[in-house]
Design a protein around this ligand. Structure first.
Ligand SMILES: Cc1cc2nc3c(=O)[nH]c(=O)nc-3n(C[C@H](O)[C@H](O)[C@H](O)COP(=O)(O)O)c2cc1C
Length: 317
């Protein structure tokens, strides 16, 4: 039996399985992006840390490794955002994702340039705005997820966003297996985006110490720092997170906290300091116990997805 399914998300993006690898700064470099896309999902470059030139190089690296569709994540607050958008258009990138700022300004430039926009939104209001601004799809992001988060979890967010917008809808936050994917689809999603699960794959360049930290974590081991700074981030509890919480409690200035946080993701994911670095991770860390290839992972999730739906069909009435 074929594991493939067709949704508007697979059609628009030209992918085999409606599984997106969430962009992750310092993790989703070309090797991971190409591995996900070669496995039939959509890899997305974590592009927020790049200069325009480095962005162009990373896009070209992905193309050397695969000829399948992939996306690029950008940040509208980038000081050289105009040049970044120009690179995306010149390099004929399929789709851009972005989580902050005003989608309209980005869409006004990217759309005529032939690049699709899938904004990442934490609320129904932001999904409606993305639709009004002309987005091609929307990624609704529940606060169970790793990295920067909003206030609403996926279970209430997905169906309410589904009811509010007509756009192709991808669910992010809290999905790491086929059961989670089936649940997201039951709520109205047409695709899923996973970040944390893809960190612990063979092709992921994340440092082994940090992968191990995620494997060892249980569901209770993540927390959200930065509620005070206005940039809440879900991370695994470690020395860095405790120190940050302490800074919040003792009302250190935003500037002090920003300086303290600077470089901490790189410290964890590239240098492997899983205690002093920022190990961004979602609550699904508790579900992650192995390090498959991206191909094995996507096949497994699709199998579990179909099995879950078949099981649900057998509930007696
Ligand atoms: C380590 C890490 C880094 C992330 N970096 C980014 C980023 O640079 N841009 C972005 O839009 N989302 C970022 N995210 C969010 C992911 O793209 C994705 O939406 C999220 O991880 C989904 O939730 P999950 O962790 O439960 O799978 C990051 C997440 C993690 C875990």
């Amino acid at each position: 039996m074929s594991l493939k399914i067709n949704t508007r998300v697979t059609e628009i993006l030209g992918i085999e399985y409606p599984i997106l690898q969430g962009a992750m700064a310092w993790v989703s470099f070309a090797p991971l992006v190409a591995a996900v896309s070669n496995a039939g999902g959509l890899g997305i470059i974590g592009g927020t840390i790049f200069t325009p030139d480095a962005m162009r190089q990373e896009i070209r690296k992905v193309r050397e490794l695969c000829d399948k569709p992939f996306g690029v994540n950008i940040i509208s607050l980038h000081p050289l955002i105009d040049q970044i958008l120009k690179v995306l258009i010149e390099e004929k990138v399929l789709v851009a994702t972005y989580g902050t700022g005003n989608p309209r300004k980005i869409i006004e430039i990217l759309k005529p340039g032939g690049v699709m926009s899938f904004p990442v939104v934490p609320s129904v209001a932001a999904a409606l705005k993305a639709e009004a601004d002309g987005a091609d799809g929307v990624i609704v992001s529940g606060c169970e997820g790793g990295g920067h988060v909003g206030q609403i979890s996926s279970l209430p967010l997905i169906p309410q966003a589904r009811d509010a917008v007509k756009l192709p809808l991808v669910a992010a936050g809290g999905v790491a297996d086929g059961r989670g994917m089936a649940a997201a689809f039951a709520l109205g999603a047409e695709g899923i985006q996973m970040g944390t699960r893809f960190i612990v794959t063979r092709e992921s360049p994340a440092h082994p110490n940090t992968k191990q930290k995620i494997i060892a974590a249980k569901i209770e081991d993540t927390l959200v720092t930065g509620n005070i700074t206005g940039l809440p981030v879900r991370v695994i509890r470690n020395q860095m997170a405790e120190e940050f919480l302490n800074m919040e409690k003792t009302k250190k200035s935003k500037m002090e906290m920003a300086l303290f946080g600077s470089g901490k993701m790189q410290l964890a994911f590239v240098k492997g300091d899983a205690e002093q670095g920022s190990v961004m991770s979602g609550q699904v860390a508790g579900l992650i116990a192995d390090e498959p290839t991206c191909g094995e992972l996507i096949q497994r999730i699709m199998r579990e997805f179909h099995e879950t739906i078949a099981q649900l069909g057998k509930i007696p009435n």
